[in-house]
Design a protein around this ligand. Structure first.
Ligand SMILES: C[S@@+](CC[C@H](N)C(=O)[O-])C[C@H]1O[C@@H](n2cnc3c(N)ncnc32)[C@H](O)[C@@H]1O
Length: 201
């Protein structure tokens, strides 16, 4: 299980993104997610954890975090940068995750790399793994207009951006009800970005 694009560019990526968040609003979304996950039994799973910066930040906020990523190159950096962080080589299906309760799931800019039809089966798989009340935060490049996900020319790997309503609908079909969303736009970036928190019914 590999992610060739991220493997090839892992060193560049690590040099370009030394911090967990590019925008303050992302830090606030992560803090609100950490609050929703706090006190729940089990591990918080960072799906597509990349360099592990966000997982480490969440661990610093008191969560028991495990990172999952299919790129050995990104995981190598995560292990170097955050040696105390538990990490698993695996994809968004979470099939490689060790058994045990899941407190919460975070997937920041990783489901964009999963083919849209597979996103539906992926969130259904999550739904089967978690208890009622489990929060899920997804972050993604957004589409302005409602409609099906749009492929875009991501610099590293094939990617799709979603209208937040469409992502919320896919989550709802899998049993995750939207609690809140933040959609923001930076003047120097070409797409809006969405952070969407949903909770398992
Ligand atoms: C843009 S990076 C985001 C890293 C991190 N989540 C963050 O917020 O900084 C995307 C990550 O998703 C991972 N990824 C790609 N395909 C994936 C898949 N099918 N399942 C889970 N993660 C995937 C990549 O290896 C990469 O580390």
């Amino acid at each position: 299980m590999t992610q060739p694009g991220y493997d090839a560019l892992a060193d560049t990526y690590a040099a370009m993104f030394p911090e967990p968040y590019q925008y303050p609003i992302e830090r606030h979304a992560a803090a609100a997610f950490a609050e929703a996950a706090a006190g729940r039994p089990g591990r918080t799973v960072d799906v597509g954890c990349g360099l592990g910066h966000v997982a480490s930040d969440l661990a610093g906020r008191g969560l028991d975090v495990i990172g999952v990523d299919p790129s050995p190159g990104m995981l190598a950096h995560a292990r170097r940068l955050h040696p105390a962080l538990p990490l698993v080589d695996g994809d968004a299906s979470l099939a490689a995750l060790p058994d045990g309760p899941i407190a919460a799931i975070l997937a920041r800019f990783s489901l964009i790399h999963v083919e849209p039809g597979e996103v539906r089966s992926t969130v259904r798989a999550w739904s089967a793994l978690v208890d009622a009340g489990t929060p899920v935060l997804v972050a993604f490049q957004a589409a302005d207009e409602p409609g099906p996900p749009l492929a875009f020319d991501h610099a590293v790997a094939p990617a799709w951006r979603w209208h937040p309503d469409e992502f919320a609908r896919v989550l709802a079909e899998a049993g995750f009800e939207e609690a809140w969303r933040i959609v923001f736009r930076d003047k120097d970036y070409r797409f809006p970005m969405a952070q969407l928190l949903a909770v398992r019914d």
